[in-house]
Write a protein that binds this ligand. Structure first.
Ligand code: GLC
Length: 421
């Protein structure tokens, strides 16, 4: 495997997906399928751009925060220009009209903005850029704290209010909210739309949303979203310190500590040795073994728990240690489907962004050898199948969108000295 060639291809994919217009510069996930700007995709793109062209990474993030709501919410999608081509237009037809605003969505996505800003800052040490982004970041994480934690459970954990906020649209975890055994594509699509309709009726007021009866009341403490939130509070604290604001830094460190403690207390299942997402109101745990439950590996948490995640799950050949490791759903799950599907996403294939997080988590826990092994397998898979949206963990076959943006995260791993493969 030639890492250099793969890294060069990654750069070409990002350049191919670059969209520049009046007042915006961003990288779309894929020109054939996803032409708009998505929050967590843009953060991943910026992390990879930081290696190749930090100026573009800066523009990507500046563009991202331009459509921030006055209350601090950063939308999961920004629509900068109309979609072209059949598939993207169908996507717009199905979902775009559901939001109250026509140029952005009303929900968010995993909050890794601070990590993306940090990746760029570490390369550039550009204090003006940091000063420009800090106010938007503070308002965003303060909004998450006030609206999604204080107004829901008050224990530091943040609730997501739509499956799309997790970034993992139809992970089997959500079936527990929907209360059906198997989520078929049409029913799933109808349910995702129905939630938004009911929230429109509730005026997007969290106190109203809490009172909705039935499966369109979706308030979940998702393990991956919370792990990303906690890590990013720590990163934000470091960025505040870098900007000389120790009192803000302290506030974010305290919030991170409280949320991490709640995550370990409320989402850990001692018998399963695993973290499960839960209903944010009733506290019911959703016992599905998915990649979301491995995310606490990115945090400074109790070592025995981290070791159990590694030995009993990551390295388990019946769960995540497959010919190509780290599928989004454990092989042992009745929902595991190794093939990609355009209609019911996140039911088994490998997605590079989640695998990237777990590799980073393993490195964080001192398991560089395992992290390198996984990186090597992922690189081999991408070299054969190209930069696709999803991959089959049994065969390495690629599925879904082509020239897919965040699959270039492989370059971030390959360029990391600690992960030399
Ligand atoms: C799919 C994914 C979501 C991603 C979007 C754009 O909807 O589930 O996480 O942000 O595509 O790539």
């Amino acid at each position: 495997m030639d890492a250099e060639i793969l890294v060069r291809h990654a750069q070409e994919v990002l350049r191919h997906n670059l969209v520049i217009g009046e007042g915006f510069t961003y990288t779309c996930p894929s020109r054939d399928t996803y032409q708009h700007q998505w929050l967590w995709d843009s953060c991943f793109h910026a992390i990879v751009w930081a290696h190749f062209d930090p100026k573009i990474a800066q523009q990507e993030l500046i563009t991202l925060v331009q459509k921030q709501f006055p209350n601090g919410l950063i939308p999961h999608m920004n629509y900068w220009r109309p979609a072209t081509g059949f598939k993207p237009r169908v996507g717009d037809f199905l979902y775009k009209g559901t939001w109250p605003e026509k140029d952005r969505s009303r929900i968010t996505q995993p909050p890794l903005l601070a990590q993306a800003v940090q990746a760029v800052y570490q390369k550039t040490h550009d204090n003006a850029f940091l000063a420009q982004l800090l106010p938007a970041m503070e308002r965003y994480y303060d909004w998450l704290h006030a609206e999604r934690s204080e107004q829901v459970s008050g224990d530091g954990l943040v609730a997501i209010l739509h499956p799309w906020e997790s970034g993992m649209d139809l992970l089997p975890i959500w079936d527990y909210v929907h209360h059906i055994r198997r989520l078929f594509a049409l029913r799933a699509g109808a349910w995702l739309g129905a939630i938004i309709k009911d929230y429109n009726k509730a005026g997007w007021d969290i106190n109203h949303i809490k009172t909705i009866q039935g499966p369109t009341r979706f308030l979940v403490h998702d393990v991956s979203f919370n792990s990303i939130y906690i890590l990013n509070l720590q990163v934000l604290a470091d960025l505040c310190s870098a900007a000389g604001d120790e009192s803000r830094a302290d506030i974010y460190r305290q919030r991170a500590a409280m949320a991490r403690q709640s995550l370990e207390q409320k989402c850990w299942d001692e018998k399963a040795g695993f973290f499960y997402s839960r209903d944010a109101i009733t506290g019911e745990l959703f016992p599905e073994v998915t990649i979301s439950g491995l995310f606490p590996l990115i945090l400074d948490m109790d070592k025995t728990k981290a070791e159990r995640l590694l030995r009993e799950h990551v390295l388990n050949e019946n769960e995540f240690w497959l010919p190509f490791p780290l599928p989004c759903v454990a092989k042992s799950s009745p929902h595991f489907n190794p093939r990609g599907s355009a209609m019911v996403l996140w039911r088994g294939p490998i997605w590079l962004c989640t695998a990237w997080y777990i590799v980073r988590g393993l490195l964080h826990n001192g398991h560089g050898d395992i992290a390198s092994k996984i990186t090597g397998k992922l690189a081999e898979m991408i070299q054969k199948a190209g930069f696709r949206e999803q991959y089959n963990p049994l065969t390495g076959q690629g599925y879904g969108a082509k020239n897919f943006g965040w699959s270039t995260l492989i370059a971030d791993l390959l360029l990391d000295e600690k992960l030399k493969v």
